[in-house]
Design a protein. Structure first.
Length: 585
């Protein structure tokens, strides 16, 4: 009869071997030099790559580490387990108490993580003779934990960063702003908040598509990032809106220099696919604690300053002042009043006469709107037209002007008078309306108004914003028999190549050039050049802002006989113009 398991287990070595080799954990015993005295099957198979449990005996971890490197020299290597194990053994021998380690290393090109427990080993006389250890493979748990942390960090990053530019978003910026206030309070320092808005960026998205617009945003974000210090916070808080925290600022002059630098960086040409684009920006700046100590107020005030920069012509920067808050309140009241004025028809048309100075005859007038406010009296268009353009109310206002001028001129012609042509100024928003031509034709039919009685004025800068579209639109208007004039000629950046293609009849010399003739040589040369250009292109030319006899004499001498200005007539009411016409003046 064979031996029982009980008899077999009487052999202590065999008991230890059977027990250790059937456990999933790695077990080993080493001497003080790190040489293996015992190694179970798990450590031989998983960690040491030993052929059997006898192979590690008398060898150190460094032996197996060297063999592992040589066997996989063609693969990326981190440190191996052997090197780490050798180091941790020394620590246990030095500290002489049980210790826990998390060790990792490269095995066959893969990262493996172990949870290791090691303890000093003593003989019967209490002498330190080595170490005993166990290890468990925790790679799966570690990788799962790492994946969870990475996913959490990714979600946290996504919730706090803009997906397009990877800049901090509004939420993270608000947190950074609050932290900046706390630091500034503790250190009794100040900082600046920049609010940056791209001018007319919507036109890029509308005309070229959002893919092109996104590339522009990415490029501008990168330019701003490179221009700022690492300690500055740059964020994208809206479609074309960026904010910057500049901490530790001491000199407003330095802030001005930085703001101008950012403006210049933004408006440098941007090439996207086959398009070369030019983008300008407006920047508002608020200062802590001078302007406010609350994060919401600081952001609001910088935003307010930015709009002030836009009102001042865009492509510039403005600092916040208390006065700007008051102006913002006035704008809200003004917009409400404008809407009421449209509903209650509080507007009035004045007409500024145009004369042929050579024949001293009345040739037409320019319709100029005034606001007959119930409490403020007559309000100049300079006070409400910019707001009307910004809010879009200018479209309704322009159409009211069109209908009122046509109605009045038709009455004059039907009364046997000869008022010439009426000139109407068209805003860019009006021209951008898809139904503009249809609305124009309907108004002429409604008022029995003839096209030859009308001259439409469009500024040079409006034409050059989208010259190809302007050419097509002006061709449609010209085909109706309506006269077209380029207003403020010489103040924009027009191209002669486009000018000769435009269906225009008249160039209008801006009053800024007329004001100092004939005494200013440069202005005189410009006016003379515009007159010569008009003559060469067979266009009419009219000078506005003529106020002195010397100006008139210069213009007549150089071939410009059509004039408009205070010398020959200030803007007048419709009744005053009718009286003038009846008197034959």
């Amino acid at each position: 009869m064979g031996r029982s398991i009980f008899d077999t287990l009487k052999n202590h070595d065999l008991i230890l071997r059977m027990l250790s080799d059937n456990l999933p954990d790695m077990l080993w015993i080493k001497d003080v030099e790190g040489r293996y005295l015992f190694a179970n099957k798990a450590i031989c198979d998983r960690l040491l790559m030993a052929h059997n449990t006898d192979e590690p005996i008398g060898k150190t971890d460094l032996f197996f580490a060297t063999r592992e490197r040589e066997a996989h020299a063609d693969k990326p290597q981190w440190h191996t387990f052997g090197e780490l194990c050798f180091d941790s053994d020394k620590i246990v021998l030095q500290e002489q108490h049980p210790m826990r380690f998390e060790e990792y290393g490269n095995i066959k090109g893969e990262m493996v993580y172990l949870e290791v427990h090691k303890a000093p080993l003593y003989d019967d006389h209490g002498r330190l003779i080595g170490t005993v250890g166990s290890g468990r493979d925790i790679t799966e748990q570690v990788l799962t934990k790492q994946a969870l942390i990475a996913q959490t960090e990714k979600l946290d990053h996504q919730s706090n960063h803009d997906t397009l530019t990877d800049l901090p978003n509004r939420q993270l910026f608000q947190d950074r702003l609050t932290q900046a206030i706390s630091r500034a309070k503790r250190s009794n320092t100040s900082f600046a908040l920049f609010f940056i808005d791209l001018d007319h960026f919507k036109k890029i998205n509308d005309s070229l598509g959002h893919d092109i617009g996104d590339q522009v945003i990415i490029e501008i974000a990168e330019r701003l990032r490179r221009a700022l210090r690492e300690e500055d916070t740059l964020a994208r808080i809206g479609g074309d809106e960026f904010t910057v925290l500049i901490e530790g600022c001491r000199d407003l002059k330095n802030l001005s220099t930085l703001a101008q630098k950012l403006i210049e960086l933004i408006k440098a040409p941007i090439t996207v696919t086959s398009h070369t684009l030019y983008v300008s920006s407006s920047i508002g700046i608020s200062i802590y604690p001078q302007d406010a100590e609350d994060p919401r107020d600081l952001l609001k005030y910088a935003d307010s300053a930015m709009y002030r920069a836009k009102d001042e012509g865009r492509d510039n920067f403005e600092f916040y002042t208390q006065e700007m808050t008051e102006l913002a309140f006035e704008r809200v009241v003004m917009e409400t009043s404008l809407r009421i004025a449209l509903a209650q028809e509080e507007f009035i048309l004045f007409y500024q006469p145009k004369y042929n100075a050579a024949t001293q005859s009345f040739v037409g007038s320019e319709a100029l709107i005034r606001w007959g406010h119930s409490t403020m009296g007559i309000v100049s268009p300079a006070k409400f037209i910019p707001l009307a353009e910004e809010t879009g109310l200018i479209v309704k206002i322009d159409r009211w002007v069109m209908n009122e001028a046509m109605r009045t001129y038709t009455q004059w012609y039907e009364a046997g008078l000869n008022p010439g042509t009426v000139s109407l100024n068209l805003s860019i928003k009006q021209l951008e309306q898809e139904d503009f031509i249809e609305v124009l034709q309907e108004a002429m039919q409604r008022h029995r108004f003839r096209p030859e009685w009308l001259e439409l004025e469009i500024t040079e800068s409006q034409v050059m914003k989208n010259p190809e579209k302007s050419i097509r639109l002006l061709e449609q208007i010209h085909a109706l028999g309506i006269t077209l004039a380029i207003d403020d000629f010489g103040t924009g950046y027009s191209s002669l190549a486009y000018l000769k293609r435009l269906k225009v009849d008249t160039l209008k010399i801006d009053q800024s050039f007329v004001r100092d003739i004939p005494f200013d040589e440069e202005d005189s040369a410009i006016v003379n050049a515009i007159i010569a250009l008009a003559q060469s292109l067979k266009l009419d030319v009219i000078a506005e802002g003529v106020e002195t006899q010397a100006q008139l004499d210069f213009l007549l001498e150089h071939g410009c006989c059509h004039i408009q200005g205070y010398l020959t007539g200030r803007p007048k009411s419709a009744d005053a113009i009718e009286e003038l016409l009846r008197n034959g003046r």
